[in-house]
Design a protein around this ligand. Structure first.
Ligand code: 5RP
Length: 264
């Protein structure tokens, strides 16, 4: 791996081999989604506890202080909306020149395997990898499911992750699922977990993150279950403890409760 690419990967995946990415990119198709109406307000309190931010250029320029920023994974796919015809019909929205101008650590796009736009999204990924390789910029591929959340099982996600790796993604972001080890085993590049829509208890989040890490994920790219929580900093600190300090789900819950109750 060339120096620039290796340096960028090291900014993202820390010395312990783990990472905590914070996605605040949801507005690119969801608009001002709940608790992300003002991205700066959602992000700033979390910055001390995360390793990188996943964001579009619009939110980066308007809502992230360049002097205080963490490494940036730039969301470069889009062109669809929640109210449009098909969420899978994404294109590449941001050039590699722009990514370089913004001094990003990586770029990220989505692939939509099994949809009418599978072919387009996979070729978008391959092209992005070619351009990224030219300039030493890694690509994080997201195995997106749009509104079809029920698709998230090990067989499907393993297929998506492997395809993303075969096309040259440096990191693959996917969902946690039962038998997660099958997803990781079939994917020769690092896998990070997205959270999906907010689940009902914090413990559920801590348990699936812990399970995913035990089964080979290198970290998370987890948004709504953090910033839609009533105590986002408590969530971020508890997750950080699981990711970087090997805390158990119960220990993470204790950290969450103690911060929530102002004891830490
Ligand atoms: C949305 C994304 C998000 O980055 C991804 O889904 C992770 O966020 P969450 O944990 O909220 O699902 O790709 O466009």
């Amino acid at each position: 791996m060339d120096w620039g690419m290796a340096n960028r990967m090291a900014q993202l995946i820390k010395e312990d081999g783990r990472c905590f990415f914070m996605p605040i990119d949801h507005g690119y198709f969801q608009g001002p989604t709940r608790k992300l109406e003002e991205p700066r307000k959602a992000l700033e309190p979390l910055l001390p506890y995360i390793d990188a931010v996943f964001v579009t250029r619009g939110v980066l320029r308007t809502s992230v202080d360049p002097a205080a920023a963490k490494p940036v994974i730039l969301r470069v796919s889009g062109g669809t909306s929640m109210v449009g015809k098909d969420l899978a019909h994404e294109g590449t929205t941001t050039s590699m020149e722009e990514a370089i101008r913004l001094n990003v650590a990586a770029v990220g796009n989505s692939i939509f395997v099994g949809t009418d736009y599978e072919h387009d999204s996979l070729l978008n990924l391959a092209k992005l990898v070619d351009e990224g390789n030219r300039y030493g910029i890694p690509v994080m591929a997201t195995t997106a499911v749009g509104k079809e959340l029920e698709k998230r099982d090990a067989r499907y996600l393993a297929l998506c992750c492997r395809i993303a790796a075969e096309l040259g993604a440096s990191v693959v972001k996917t969902y946690w699922c039962e038998n997660f080890e099958k997803v990781v085993q079939g994917c020769p590049v690092p896998v990070v977990m997205a959270g999906g829509p907010k689940v009902s208890t914090e413990l559920e989040v801590f348990e699936f993150v812990h399970d995913g890490l035990q089964n080979g994920a290198v970290g998370v790219n987890l948004g709504r279950n953090v910033w839609q929580n009533d105590y986002p900093v408590a969530m971020a600190r508890a997750l950080r403890a699981i990711i970087h300090e090997n805390a158990s789900p119960r220990e993470a819950q204790e950290i969450y409760e103690s911060i929530k109750q102002g004891r830490a």
